[in-house]
Design a protein around this ligand. Structure first.
Ligand SMILES: Nc1nc2c(ncn2[C@@H]2O[C@H](COP(=O)(O)OP(=O)(O)O)[C@@H](O)[C@H]2O)c(=O)[nH]1
Ligand SMILES: [Mg+2]
Length: 197
């Protein structure tokens, strides 16, 4: 079966710093959220088979905008600013949070927020805050535990179970992924297709 994800044409559309600059919501949309440096950009690149279309940054906390990518003239992928980076002044942090929360709450075309968490680490307060907020606002989301390749096989299930417990999700509701090896990519694609249909 051919899929949108096989070797899609993808283009960068725009960086959005304020809600008035959001593109017209004419296509279904998937947003990617998570702490700075968790691997959001890497996951998106792997998903669309591009090496570095979405800039993988050596400098954590750099992305301040919502970055829109158009896949095959029919789907927007949105790289959200990372959270949890300490060296950001409070004023700026509040501005982004306003932008991100109003985007997530009001975006009619948003089908799913992929919440990316490092499988090596426990649930951080901001991860739980985001998931709790998405739940209470009924925004559909999919937790993805990434950097699977960094965790020993024998430890993967245990780490995942800790994250499940911390977030209050069932194993069937989340996925494991590695942007390095591509492990979990097929499952991610089918989960996203479900959200889109
Ligand atoms: N080993 C490994 N490294 C990863 C993975 N995903 C991301 N990285 C690395 O983690 C760092 C941050 O990745 P990036 O995609 O820029 O994170 P972002 O800040 O969330 O967009 C980079 O050095 C990536 O190469 C993964 O699945 N496995
Ligand atoms: Mg990034």
């Amino acid at each position: 079966m051919t899929s949108l994800w096989d070797s899609p044409r993808v283009g960068f559309v725009k960086s959005v710093f304020k809600t008035s600059n959001l593109p017209v919501p004419e296509f279904p949309e998937i947003a990617f959220a998570g702490r700075s440096n968790v691997g959001k950009s890497s996951l998106i690149n792997k998903l669309i088979n591009r090496r570095n279309l979405v800039k993988v940054s050596g400098r954590p906390g750099k992305t301040r905008s919502l970055n829109f990518f158009l896949v095959e003239a029919g789907l927007y992928l949105v790289d959200l600013p990372g959270y949890g980076y300490a060296k950001v002044p409070r004023k700026i942090k509040n501005d982004w949070q306003g932008l991100i929360s109003s985007y997530l709450l009001n975006r009619e075309s948003l089908c799913c927020v992929v919440v990316i968490i490092d499988l090596r680490h426990g649930v951080k307060p901001q991860d739980l805050e985001l998931v709790t907020w998405l739940r209470s606002n009924r925004v559909p989301f999919l937790p993805v535990y990434t950097k699977l390749d960094k965790v020993k096989k024998s430890q993967q299930g245990k780490n995942a179970a800790l994250l499940d417990a911390g977030l209050g999700v069932r194993p069937a509701e989340r996925l494991l992924f590695s942007a390095r090896t591509g492990a979990g990519k097929e499952n991610l694609i089918s989960a996203l297709d479900q959200f889109l249909s």
